[in-house]
Design a binder for this molecule. Structure first.
Ligand code: C5P
Length: 328
C-alpha cells in the first residue's frame, strides 16, 4: 500500500485512587477516580489510503481475544466522516492485557485521535468524546492524558495540575481480571442519590486526596488517602497480589496500589535509583512476575509525544489545523 503512514504511542494509565459508588440505572457504576498516564505504551502503526471500498486489517504482536477496539474505533471515524478507505494497523503490544492499565482503551483512543488527522478532516471534540465513551468507559481519558479527575463512568473529566515525573514500578503477574466480573463482585446496590449519607465520609476523603494532588506543597499526604475499591475482592481471589503490594512498600515504595480492576499493582518511588534497586531485587526474588519500570507521564509530555508522531500527517491539514485542537 502506498498511502500515508504514521506510528503513534498509546500510553497506559494508572488509577491513583478509585472509588466505586452505587450501581446506576444504566447498569454502570458511578466512579470517583484520579487517572494518570504513564510512559509505558503500545506502539500503533497506521497506514491510510482513500479507496472505493473500506477495508480494515490489523496485525498484532500478540493475540487479542474478542472484539478489537481499534477496528471498532476506525469504523466509527470512517462512518462519522463518511469516508471510504483502506486502513492497515500494526500493533506492538507492550501494555499487559486485562491488567487495569487501560491498554485496549488507549489503542482505541489512539485510533480516534490519529485517523482524522491522516484524513485531514476534524471531528468536533464533543463528538469524539461521545464516540470514545461508546467504545469504553476509560477511552475518553486518553483523548486528553496527564492527570485528571474522572467522575460518572470516568468520562466526566477535569484536568488536574501535573504531578512530577515520578518513578513507577509495575508488578505484572499475568492474572487476568474481567472488568464486568470485578464490578459484579462488589455487589453494589442501586443508587440512592449521589449524596447518599453512606458515601459521605468516603467523599470527604476523596476530596482531600484531590486537594492534595492539586496542591502537593500544602498537602503532600495525598498518597495516604489513596484507595481502590476493587482490591479487597480481587486480592481475596488472588492473595499473591497482596504480597506484591507489600513487597513494593518493603522495597521503598511511597505508595502501592492496584490499578483499575486489576491485576497490575503499581508502586510510586521517590527516585529512579530506589525504584531500579527495587526492580533488581524483586526480579531476583519473584521471577514469576514481570517487574516493569516506568514513570508518571505529565500531560505536556503526553501531548509532545503525540505531536511528534503525527508530524508527517500534519502537513495535510493546511488552514484547518486549528480545528484539531491540541493534537495539531
Ligand atoms: O465501559 P467498559 O466497556 O470498560 O465496561 C466494561 C464493563 O464493566 C461494563 O459492561 C460494566 O459491566 C462494567 N462497568 C461498570 N461501571 C463502570 C464501568 C464499567 O459497571 N463505570
Amino acid at each position: 500500500m502506498d498511502g500515508l503512514r504514521v506510528r503513534v504511542p498509546a500510553f497506559a494509565k494508572l488509577n491513583l485512587t478509585l472509588l466505586v459508588l452505587d450501581k446506576r440505572t444504566d447498569g454502570f457504576h458511578e466512579l470517583r477516580t484520579v487517572f494518570q498516564t504513564i510512559a509505558l505504551h503500545d506502539s500503533l502503526e497506521i497506514e491510510f489510503q482513500p479507496a472505493r471500498r473500506t477495508r480494515l486489517s490489523i496485525e498484532c504482536s500478540v493475540d487479542i481475544p474478542g472484539d478489537n477496539l481499534i477496528l471498532r474505533a476506525a469504523e466509527a471515524v470512517l462512518t462519522e466522516l463518511n469516508i471510504k478507505a483502506e486502513v492497515r494497523f500494526r500493533l506492538e503490544k507492550r501494555i499487559p492485557m486485562g491488567g487495569g492499565l487501560g491498554g485496549g482503551s488507549s489503542d482505541a483512543a489512539a485510533t480516534l485521535l490519529t485517523l482524522p488527522v491522516m484524513m485531514g478532516r476534524a471531528v468536533a471534540a464533543e463528538r469524539l468524546s461521545a464516540m470514545a465513551l461508546e467504545l469504553g468507559s476509560d477511552v475518553p481519558f486518553f483523548l486528553e492524558g496527564g492527570t485528571a479527575l474522572g467522575l460518572g463512568r470516568g468520562e466526566e473529566l477535569y484536568s488536574l495540575p501535573e504531578l512530577p515525573e515520578t518513578p513507577v514500578l509495575l508488578a505484572c503477574s499475568g492474572i487476568h481480571v474481567p472488568t464486568s466480573q470485578a464490578f459484579a463482585d462488589l455487589q453494589r446496590q442501586p443508587a440512592t442519590g449521589l449524596t447518599s449519607p453512606i458515601h459521605h465520609n468516603r467523599m470527604k476523603r476523596f476530596q482531600s486526596l484531590v486537594a492534595g494532588v492539586v496542591c502537593p506543597e500544602s498537602s503532600s499526604g495525598w498518597m495516604s488517602l489513596s484507595e481502590n475499591d476493587f482490591e479487597a475482592a480481587v486480592f481475596s481471589r488472588f492473595p499473591q497480589l497482596t504480597t506484591f503490594r507489600q513487597l513494593l512498600i518493603d522495597r521503598g515504595g511511597l505508595l502501592a496500589r492496584m490499578s483499575g480492576s486489576g491485576s497490575t499493582v503499581f508502586g510510586l518511588f521517590r527516585t529512579a535509583a530506589v525504584r531500579d534497586r527495587a526492580a533488581r531485587r524483586l526480579t531476583q526474588d519473584r521471577s514469576d512476575v514481570q517487574w516493569v519500570a516506568t514513570t508518571l507521564l505529565p500531560r505536556n509530555q503526553y501531548r509532545r509525544a503525540w505531536r511528534r508522531s503525527l508530524a508527517p500527517a500534519r502537513k495535510r491539514l493546511g488552514p484547518s489545523v486549528k480545528e484539531f485542537g491540541w493534537i495539531a
